[in-house]
Design a protein around this ligand. Structure first.
Ligand SMILES: Cc1cc2nc3c(=O)[nH]c(=O)nc-3n(C[C@H](O)[C@H](O)[C@H](O)COP(=O)(O)OP(=O)(O)OC[C@H]3O[C@@H](n4cnc5c(N)ncnc54)[C@H](O)[C@@H]3O)c2cc1C
Length: 512
């Protein structure tokens, strides 16, 4: 490898990367001045991700200190044109599943190095926070809480970066009401595939704004996001109830997401052939009667656990309890299966991290994660449940299976995100870990069987956090929205420099 690199300590203490190598045709060396630094060794972390199934080392990692570091790096790669195979991937917290944040032989930009100041602005009725895209959501939460505020829409796990989830969607139990995280952003600062720094919003550069949201990193690297806030509650009532019949479970879930007065968070779990309601890695749910909850045995049956929360402040507890009682009285769960606990708002939102710490201590966090996330139209969810739960999926011992409906009216169809074509659709998330390679193979086969079932039954399913091998499959994923996706690519990243790990577009090198 014709690597030319040196570090200079001039007045700006700038690092200069001389980029001329690993391209099929050598160009004159191109200096990239940055305030941060490039690393060429010890970059294994950038070739891995949470999925732990695909690994490819980058050529270099940029640890930017300033937004201009990201812009200069991309601009230089852009100027090298198609004579160079060099690509660039933003890496948030690396919690992708199948190499989406990797850049084989390219440059990975470690966005977490670009953390910086966050600013909460409280003007009128629409407070917001301006946050660096490399910031973790947990830190955004803590910062906003200083002002008694919090973002409205979450993911189940907060140790993910702002830019990483906004490039996908950011879906959790609040999405039925607020939409996904991409529906709760006012403005973005983005570096396009030409190295231009662009501020965009509904009013300004709207096409780029909508393209980047859910855009899988294809049109630009987000460096800052303006996120909508609301008053933060202090505490949360956290409830789980169990159903043995899918139709009743789904009817109650849908009733709750349609209702005007309802819970603040609505999710659900599928339990196949396992013991214990609280015994899954994803959650630190600790009800008042844990023994009873733990003794609950699904034993060959498929059960469905509805998970709900109601936010409150301490002086509202009495009337919140009444509201909960009234809402629960409308539901048809198995009466002996009402489990309730109460935690702080932060404990609830950060619940998966508590579970992560336990798993890490047992060395179980870094196993391969062959996850599969699907969005299923409401009219097909019963066919899906019949075909998959208790059939293709014969137990849920390798990890939780989440299921909950959301309202499409809360999604903006101008973004790059594609949803099923119905007013309500379900997120179904299979979240296993594979203890041995045989287990990995079995789980991958199970995912294939589920996808094949969806195809042959023509369920109109979309993958969330999608992974495809060919552009044909991507075209099918986007359907009629492919044209606009491809047009945006040629407008904002015409050389296909960005996010190569998504495998949607490939940079084609021209040999002159
Ligand atoms: C334990 C766990 C729980 C999860 N729970 C949920 C959940 O409840 N809901 C949900 O919606 N998702 C969930 N996810 C999935 C998660 O949202 C995605 O994997 C997300 O991409 C992870 O963010 P990250 O910061 O690690 O991004 P990375 O994996 O680093 O990057 C993801 C993609 O975005 C691109 N990217 C990263 N940063 C930027 C940027 N600043 N600008 C442009 N592109 C960028 C990358 O190049 C890559 O293509 C979960 C994941 C894990 C591991």
């Amino acid at each position: 490898m014709l690597l030319k690199q040196h570090t200079t300590t001039n007045i700006l203490s700038t690092t200069v990367l001389l980029l001329c190598c690993c391209m099929p045709l050598s160009l004159p060396t191109v200096p990239i001045p940055v305030h941060g630094r490039f690393t060429f060794d010890g970059n294994e972390f950038a070739g891995r991700d949470f999925g732990n199934q695909l690994h490819s080392l980058p050529w270099a990692v940029l640890h930017p200190k300033k937004v201009s570091d990201v812009a200069s790096t991309i601009k230089h790669v852009w100027h090298m044109g198609l004579a160079s195979a060099m690509t660039v991937a933003a890496r948030g917290h690396g919690h992708s599943l199948l190499g989406q944040a990797q850049a084989p032989h390219g440059i990975v930009i470690s966005m977490e190095s670009l953390r910086g100041e966050m600013q909460v602005v409280i003007k009128g009725k629409s407070p917001y926070v301006d946050a660096p895209a490399g910031e973790l959501w947990i830190n955004v939460l803590h910062h906003c809480l200083i002002h008694g505020l919090a973002p409205k829409s979450w993911t189940d796990y907060l140790h993910l970066t702002v830019g990483g989830t906004l490039s996908n969607a950011g879906i959790s139990g609040q999405a039925f009401r607020h939409g996904p995280q991409i529906s709760n952003v006012h403005q973005l600062e983005v570096i396009t595939g030409k190295g231009e720094v662009v501020v965009c919003s509904e009013e300004k550069n709207a096409d780029l704004f909508h393209g980047v949201l859910g855009g899988l990193g294809q049109f630009g690297i987000i460096t800052r996001a303006r996120i909508s806030l609301e008053p933060a509650p202090k505490r949360v009532k956290w409830i789980r109830v169990v159903y043995s019949d899918f139709a009743t479970f789904a009817r109650d879930q849908e009733r709750l997401i349609y209702a005007e007065k309802t819970f603040d968070y609505i999710e659900g779990l599928v339990i196949v052939n396992r013991t214990g309601l609280i015994n899954n890695w994803r959650s630190s749910f600790d009800p008042q009667d844990p023994d009873e909850a733990n003794q609950f045995v699904s034993d060959g049956r498929t059960l469905f656990c509805l998970e709900l929360t109601m936010n409150f402040n301490p002086d509202e507890e009495a009337h919140i309890d009444k509201d909960i009682e009234s809402l629960l009285s409308e539901l048809s769960y198995i009466p002996s299966t009402l489990f309730v606990t109460q935690v702080s708002y932060v404990e609830f939102l950060d619940r998966v991290h508590a579970a992560e710490l336990k798993l890490r201590s047992k060395g179980l966090w870094d196993l391969p994660h062959p996850w599969l996330n699907l969005l299923i139209p409401r009219s097909k969810i019963h066919t899906f449940a019949d075909g998959v739960f208790g059939n293709i999926l014969t137990d849920t011992n390798s990890g939780p299976v989440l299921i909950y409906p959301v309202n499409k009216s809360k999604w903006d169809n101008r973004t790059s995100f594609v949803t099923p074509d119905e007013d309500v659709f379900y997120l179904v998330a299979f979240l296993p870990h594979a203890a041995e390679s045989e287990g990995l193979q079995q789980l991958q086969d199970q995912n294939r069987r589920i996808l094949n079932f969806c195809d042959s039954a023509e369920l109109g399913v979309k993958q969330y956090l999608p992974h495809y091998e060919s552009q044909e499959e991507w075209r099918a994923h986007f359907g009629p929205r492919w044209e606009i996706f491809a047009q945006r690519k040629s407008a904002y990243d015409p050389l296909a420099i960005l996010a190569p790990g998504q495998r949607i577009f490939q940079k084609s090198i021209s040999i002159l």
